[in-house]
Design a protein around this ligand. Sequence first.
Ligand SMILES: *Cc1c(COP(=O)(O)O)cnc(C)c1O
Length: 647
Amino acid sequence: MKTKSSSWSVAQSDDLYGFKRWGNGHLSVDDDGFVAMQPLTDGRSVRIVDVVNEARSMGLKAPMVIRFQDLLRHRVIQLNELFNKAIKEEGYKGSYRGVFPIKVNQLREVVDEIVAAGKDYNYGLEAGSKPELMIALAMHEGSQRLIICNGYKDNDYIRLALLGRKLGKKIILVVEQLSELDEIIRLSAETGVKPLIGFRAKLQTRGEGKWALSSGENAKFGLNTAEILFAIEKLRAAKLTQSLRLVHFHIGSQVPNILTIKNAVVEASRVYCQLAKMGFPMGYLDVGGGLGIDYDGSRTNFESSMNYSMEEYARDVVFNIREICNSMDVEVPDIVSESGRAIVAPHSLLVVEVFERINKRESLGQQHQPEEKHKVVQDLETLLRNKTKLGRLERFHDALQKKDEAFSLFNLGYLDLENRAAAESLFWQICEQIAKEGRKAGYQPEELHELDTLLADQYVCNFSVFQSLLDHWALKQLFPIAPLHRLNEKPTVNAILVDITCDSDGKIASFIDLQDVKDYITLHPLNKQPYYLGIFLTGAYQDIMGDLHNLFGRVNEVHVFLEDDEPNGFYIEEALSGSRIADVIEGVQYQQEDLCRKMKAQIDAATKKDMVKPREGVRLLELYESQMLNKTYLNIEKKAAKAKRSH
Ligand SMILES: *Cc1c(COP(=O)(O)O)cnc(C)c1O
């Protein structure tokens, strides 16, 4: 096996980017330095760059989303199997009846795969809005699988749910607001359909982390204790006591701490038992979502992580419900959970291509020597030569101070452009010198850590944070990021990632780390071939939250399946082409034809005035018109990266 740099091994890359820590056994680096995906962790693996190249040969370039459909299926099976295992081992008398919350990824191929994978487990669907309920009703199969209806409900929403009841579906309307119950009672009388009803309880137990606001007294949803008692009276008055079947809670997504989950389960189990003791039929306890993803692989209760596994989650839920029910002498319920993030986050990744490196020092070379050096420039030169043998920290602070001084002098008119350029250049040289000394010494004082951040380059990537990674922008959520190839080479460039929107927020400047958060990522220098980065664990929420900032729109997308008979071991079943320019501009109410007509009129007028020649005019119009059908993202023309197999 060849490795390009003997001082670097693929194992070091594996450790640096943390595939083993956050990849859940699905990701590894092969001997040739490529990232390989094992959708089923059964030994069969697919090089992600092979998928990128295959998509390229179909005309689809990065940025693109790659979905591993087998991994999606794997997660559904895993969650159900782990609940079943916990139920068996704890001697629990009820069953697990999970549902997938459609809002976490509504794409048909995703929901389709999940419904198919959940067939043997009676795995159902959860809807939080009318459009989602429309999907759930049609896609749902079987009479044992649940449909849970959450979210604010108008009469049409309730009517749709009652329609599902008529078809024999186990569809449960979860009451989020007291007023909804009045309408459910009225419409059930009107249609003669007996509803199945759940109460969403506002728990005292609060979530933790970025998504904690779904719980506590000020939560948007749910009934407080008094409201639950009112609701009970209403059900009794309407003679619908037989309809109450479920208690539901949801304390927020990505719960990092297992203790929070335990506390919420205990509190909700108490509510459940109280209602059961009042004589309601009950039967289901719904523990909502919140099952986390260990985005940074630290396995801690940090907000990007979780201090428990899926197996521990299932066991804790089962165990605590049983304990409370036993202590209150109530029959245990079937357990419903609404895990979305944990089911779909791992199955897809975003591939982006880095096409430019911006080094803010490069352009600040020595070429601009001022004719008369200002005192501040001379001072910086002295610092750079370091004749006085100052320590690193002192020199850094002095340099910062002199640079600020230079800018003030410039603003006051005392420094010319040449001197300002020289001051900037010297400042960066000093920074680099100090950083180098620190690396040599093998130790950098805490106060100098920001130096590496300051010196980091910018890698410009062909994508939009606002379309493809909205939670990073909105919530500072971290996602693991790594090169998809060249992992047998030592990465040497510290960089932050910037996207192609003209928004200064369109960047990634915080990265996963075992301790806290890192301000840069270490990557390979660019060469003549494409350089691809994978942004992993993006299958939950990101696809649909994305917006049209700068009108970039949807990225290309391929759906990959494992294939035993194929040499590469995979095939692309579905390829979805990203937005074309015409698509996005029509989305904001322009008509393609109208814009072309307007351009033609202007070109004709310019031709008449002899500003352009007639033939040139024709060409200009052709250029404009043909762009309409092109993709919105940059069309980068590097040759495909080689992905030769050595075995
Ligand atoms: C969003 C949501 C979920 C999904 O939560 P995850 O943390 O993604 O599993 C489940 N239930 C309800 C009511 C939700 O609003």
